[in-house]
Design a protein around this ligand. Structure first.
Ligand code: PEP
Ligand code: MG
Length: 319
């Protein structure tokens, strides 16, 4: 019965008692977007633009970039499940560290995860950001798809403010990723300058726990169920709730059906994930009430370790 519910889940994202939650896809390019749109999603919560350029020697021109972004935006034109308007969140280049780009990361770094990556690159090389935003705006205009733009690896409100100014000048919605503990702690101030937040739990976990996300022997630390990570997510979600702005999760945590329900209980308004996770997450969320999600959130936040948090959430959700 559970399996049938899972396979037949067709959206839109909501709890059993009708609290809407946007269920979105993470995509890398036109191909993955055209395949993601087959799932019952209401858009894209994370378009990782840097993945198109891992083999590029030179910076792609504005027109070349616009063509690539246009493929993703074009795939998500119109409305999705529940007739909700679709939208696509384009992330500006997250180059550096585990994803170096030949034309962007010009210096060797001792410690690239803590180095010039993501938005930090744009301040070193302003042309890169200007060209990319021009290309995104061009593709948004041509496709007619609602387009939001967000920056990765933001650590300060000044960075968020500078970025938002550049995006707003082009008439698009601006947001930042919450991937660094400093940004989570200042979520309420970030929201004074941006339209939305999106929590990247992969990096937020790495930087909160000071544990390399690629290190398999540190898996007990690189776990979004860690109480310190959950606290930072809750702080961020609460900041969004206070001003009624969208706060999503686009890291791996959103793809875990039990954790996803707890995130919704904290006030998270959208969940973005690999297409394969869409039905399991959507079906689980549709089987519990918002009250249960809030109970799950409270129980997870009170737990002393990841195992206790998982157990407590399972209990709150009757899972
Ligand atoms: C994250 O850090 O959680 C995230 C979504 O971004 P990426 O995995 O691309 O670093
Ligand atoms: Mg990240």
């Amino acid at each position: 019965e559970e399996r049938a519910a899972l396979e037949s889940w067709a959206g839109p994202g909501q709890t059993a008692d009708g609290k809407p939650v946007r269920i979105l896809a993470n995509v890398a390019d036109g191909d993955s977007a055209r395949s993601a749109v087959e799932a019952p999603v209401e858009g894209v919560g994370l378009f990782r633009t840097e993945l198109s350029f891992l083999n590029a020697k030179d910076e792609p021109s504005v027109d070349e970039q616009a063509a690539i972004y246009g493929e993703v935006l074009g795939a998500f034109h119109g409305s999705g499940p529940g007739d909700r308007d679709r939208y696509v969140v384009v992330r500006t280049l997250d180059a550096g560290s585990d994803k170096p780009l030949a034309f962007a990361n010009l210096t060797d770094e001792e410690n690239p995860a803590l180095g010039v990556r993501g938005l930090r690159l744009a301040f070193d090389n302003p042309g890169l950001m200007e060209h990319q935003l021009d290309a995104i705006a061009q593709a948004a205009e041509a496709s007619g798809t609602e387009t939001w733009v967000m920056a990765p690896m933001v650590a300060t409100v000044a960075e968020a403010s500078e970025f938002a100014g550049q995006v707003h000048r082009r008439g698009l919605k601006a947001g930042v990723m919450i991937e660094v503990p400093s940004a989570a702690l200042l979520a309420h101030r970030m929201l004074e300058v941006v339209d939305f937040l999106s929590i990247g739990t992969n990096d937020l976990t790495q930087y909160t726990m000071a544990a390399d996300r690629m290190a398999t022997d540190l898996a007990h630390l690189t776990d979004a169920w860690q109480p310190a990570v959950l606290q930072l997510i809750a702080i961020t979600a609460e900041a969004g709730r206070q001003v009624d702005k969208s706060v999503g999760v686009c890291g791996e945590a959103a793809a875990d059906p039990l954790l996803a329900c707890a995130l919704v209980g904290m006030g998270i308004t959208s969940l973005s994930m690999a297409s394969a996770a869409v039905r399991p997450v959507g079906a689980r969320l549709g089987s519990v009430t918002f009250d249960q999600c809030e109970e799950a959130a409270e129980a997870a936040l009170a737990a002393s370790d990841p195992m206790a948090a998982r157990e407590a959430v399972r209990e709150a959700l009757d899972a």
